[in-house]
Design a protein around this ligand. Structure first.
Ligand code: VG1
Ligand code: CO
Length: 547
């Protein structure tokens, strides 16, 4: 076997977005496309052409179409780079939170996760790649920007002509001088979960007949949920549905929300509904939680966890603090204030939580996009969130709905919704945001659609740990009663642009807590239209998805 250099060239658009580089499968299938990106990454990590001496790389993905091909390509490049060791998940599989756990547990220098997460999969769907650093968390913007710049300057990449590594059986192999270990993708993660939760209490809950329906949406969460819920915690077989990871996710769209997981919602709304429902996304870092006949909003889920997490073994010493992404509702802020905990507001994307977690300033983090996680890893973690809820139900004896209603009673309800306008031509979406930004200085004090705007800005963030600065992270329009509308463009899509409009209104009056969210938020929808001219810019009357 020999290593050799092959020619490559800059490809347009290899700039990672909110979470890694995501493109259509066909784009990734172009000869040299993936290689160009990986070479740029290795060059940034170790210096151009320099070996990754003594380093360990973790490698795996969500099992979507092209996963296996990409794993073999990267194994050959890692061997040619001189990595000491590569830990690859069996079958090329590792969920995002499991990859984070493996990196941390084995002292790896980092990991490559092959996933486009909540984006559709299959031959006509999306593929993705992201790099996580030694803390187990997504690479910071500084690194992803440097990698992008390097992708634009490369002329060659290094690989070797080793045969494919057999991925389906656990075992050790040598490629060039690199030890490649095919590891159980669940084992390290399961071990971590055992240390955080009261498994006996959850086991007792299931033994008493508590019924859960976990929809893995034919994505990578299935094997983890089956092993832990059905295997260890005694949930009856069939608790996990769509539990087999499929290359095309069985035609499902593993972006769990009430639209894409309509089947799960229907089960939880049925007369014989289970006690709890849950779903995870493509790479199993997101979670959706439902009670019987009751949908939990992700921002409320975060707030409930903030209020109760100290009841669980892994968190019995309390929380150092909490953090949420800017568009996430302020429910968690209210809980944090009442409990005397610091609460941080970061830009969208998990990479912004890493420094706060590493510095021990926060224990729990979350986003409105069905993402919650803690300092146990450096990613959001879908199954972890479900285990939190199960454990809380077990120790408090309260239902999912009762836990959320308790939050509303104590702190009022942050009525919340996100409206997504998908598939907008990029130029139109950019124009909308540019016009909106231009109007910012004059918005404060104006009455628009009958509502008086207190202030408006474009969110900018200075990381409290390393002082790095991130500008233009979303336009906020805030009313005098703290109701708000936030506008930003998605950084994960692969076709055109998606405008996200986030709507929030605090409702202290318990008699109004059961008003449907869309009804309670209707005035803010009018405000959003009036300040941003969504119809004018996009021609769309209605959002494509409301969550
Ligand atoms: C979306 C969500 C964001 C999340 C990101 C990655 O980003 O809004 O909260 O961190 O997806 O999630 P954007 O830029 O499209 O709004 V995942 O589970 O797709 O990695
Ligand atoms: Co995800």
């Amino acid at each position: 076997m020999t290593c050799h250099e092959l020619p490559t060239q800059p490809y347009p658009g290899q700039q990672p977005g909110t979470s890694g580089l995501r493109k259509k499968v066909g784009v990734f299938q172009q000869p040299g496309y993936l290689e160009n990106f990986v070479q740029a990454l290795f060059d940034e990590l170790y210096g151009p052409g320099q070996p990754a001496q003594g380093q360990t790389l973790v490698l795996g993905g969500d099992g979507r179409y092209h996963n296996r091909v990409a794993v073999q390509t990267i194994l050959r490049m890692a061997a040619a780079r001189g990595y000491a060791r590569v830990l690859v998940g069996q079958g090329g599989i590792l969920s995002t939170p499991a990859a984070s756990a493996v990196i941390r547990r084995h002292g790896a220098s980092g990991g490559i996760i092959l996933s486009a997460s909540h984006n559709p999969g299959g031959v006509d769907g999306d593929f993705g790649i992201k790099y996580n650093t030694a803390n187990g968390g997504p690479a910071p913007e500084k690194l992803t920007t440097a990698v992008y710049q390097r992708t634009q300057a490369l002329t060659a990449y290094t690989t070797c002509d080793a045969p494919d590594v057999p991925l389906d059986r656990l075992g050790s192999h040598t490629v060039e001088h690199t030890a490649v270990e095919v590891i159980d993708p669940v084992a390290d993660y399961a071990e971590l979960m055992r240390g955080l939760f009261d498994f006996d209490a959850i086991r007792a809950l299931f033994a008493q007949g508590f019924r859960l329906r976990y929809d893995a949406m034919c994505a990578v969460g299935g094997p983890y949920a089956r092993a832990l819920l059905e295997g260890e915690l005694g949930a009856p077989p069939g608790t996990v549905v769509n539990g087999e990871p499929l290359e095309d996710f069985g035609g499902l769209h593993p972006d769990p929300n009430p639209v894409n997981a309509a089947d799960l919602v229907a089960h939880l709304m049925a007369p014989d509904a289970p006690d709890m429902g849950a779903a995870s996304d493509g790479d199993a870092d997101r979670n959706m939680v439902l009670g019987r006949g009751f949908v939990v909003s992700p921002s409320d889920s975060l707030a409930v966890l903030a209020a109760h997490l100290h009841r669980l073994p892994g968190y019995r010493h309390g929380l150092a603090g909490v953090a949420r992404s800017m568009p996430t509702s302020t429910a968690v802020d209210r809980v944090a204030k009442a409990m005397g905990m610091p609460c941080f507001e970061t830009p969208t994307g998990w990479k912004f939580f890493g420094n706060l977690l590493d510095a021990g300033r926060v224990t729990l983090c979350g986003e409105e996009s069905y993402g919650t996680g803690s300092d146990h890893v450096r990613e959001k973690d879908g199954l972890w969130a479900v285990l939190c809820w199960l454990n809380l139900v077990a120790v408090t004896g309260r239902s999912v709905e009762a836990l959320v209603r308790g939050l509303w009673r104590e702190h009022g309800r942050c009525v919340y919704s996100r409206h997504d306008y998908e598939g907008i031509p990029t130029a139109q979406a950019d124009q909308l945001m540019a016009d909106l930004r231009r109007s910012l200085p004059t918005l404060a004090g104006q009455t628009v659609a009958g509502q008086r705007i207190a202030w408006a800005d474009d969110f900018a963030y200075t990381d409290p740990v390393d002082s790095s600065r991130s500008e233009r992270q979303g336009v906020r329009v805030v009313l005098e009663d703290s109701s708000r509308v936030v506008f930003r463009l998605s950084g994960t899509g692969t076709e055109g642009a998606t405008l996200r409009v986030y709507l929030e209104r605090h409702e202290p009056d318990a008699r109004r807590h059961d008003l449907p969210a869309q009804q309670a938020l209707a005035p803010l929808v009018q405000l959003a239209e009036a300040v941003a001219g969504i119809r004018h810019h996009t021609g769309m009357d209605q959002p494509s998805v409301m969550t």
